[in-house]
Each structure stands twice: as C-alpha cells, then as structure tokens.
Ligand binder design. Sequence first.
Ligand code: MN
Length: 201
Amino acid sequence: MNIILHKSDLPDDLDLGNLIAVDGEFMGLNIRRDPLCLIQISTGNSDAHIIQLNRNDYKAPNLIKLLNDEKITKIFHYGRADLAFIKYYLKTDTNNILDTKIASKLSRSYSDNHSLKTLIKEFINVDISKQFQSSDFGGELTQAQLKYCANDVIYLHKIHDELNKILIREKRIDLYKQCLKFLKTRVELDLAFFKDDIWAH
Ligand code: MN
C-alpha cells in the first residue's frame, strides 16, 4: 500500500484518473462544531493520497476542482456525511457520486450490517481494524492513523464493482441511480437542519 501525505492541497500536476474513491475525517460528527481535517483519495491501485487540510483557510483549489468536476466519478461510503462537511468547510458541491453504503443497503437486503468493515470482510476477505475511527485527526498523524485513513478508500472500487453486479442481477440498479440523484438534496436538508426522514408520517 502506497500512502502519500499532502499538506493543504493536492499537487498541481497530479492526475488521479476519472474514477476515484474519496473519504473524509472530521474532529467529530457535529458539522458546525467539528472541523473537517483530512480528505483521502484512492485511484483503486492500492494507493492513498491523504490531504491534511489547512484549517485556518481551507484553501485547496486543486482538491476543490477535483471534487466539483462532473467528469470525475467519486465513490464514497456514506457520502451523506462527507458531502455535508465538504460543502460546509470547502464551500463546494461534490459532483458525480457513487455510494457503497447506499448500494449495499439496496443490494444486500439479506444483511442489516452495511458498515465498511463488513463490506471489506465480505468482498475482499480482509479484517480491518476500526480502532482509530475515533481518534484525534487534528494534529500530527501517526503511521497507524494514516493506515486507518487509507483503509477507508483503497477497497471502495472493488466493493462498488461487486455491489453493482448484485444491483444489476436483482434489478435494483435504477433504484440505486435514483437514490444517488437524491443524495445532494439529502445533504442540503442536513445542512438546513432537517435531519429526520421528511417522508415519515
Ligand atoms: Mn473514514
């Protein structure tokens, strides 16, 4: 596994291709209280680019351009959280999204566990540690934290491929695409403090 740490932004000339996996780490789950600290990106070739954001100005033009680019597809696992933090701190929409958690909920209706750890075990047969899920991503990062962050993106291409096959086989792929279209609206609702299911009675 090749882990590359970038300070503040991606380098100017880095081409990561047109299908990337993306994840973010925050200081907590309260968007206005807890800053976005890291964005991790993988091309799917056992690499992880970890961008340690400058929390004073969040100036990251190359990263923002990449996230906004309609032509580059981004695979998230539960993008609902990442997209809200990205919008709030980096002030950009993230376009052209796939989501392994949504794909899992629609395809793996035989399971009630859709965590990334479970999907990595089922489709990659690797047991990853979530020990550093709740750790301080605001300061200098340890090797163990870097590895944890990398784990969150390096398997997403393969997992999405496998889930996509099930969605096609089970004729749920259109439903998945409709859910992805709604994701941006769901994020806007979260940012406007409509946290509950607005369709509920
Ligand atoms: Mn993560």
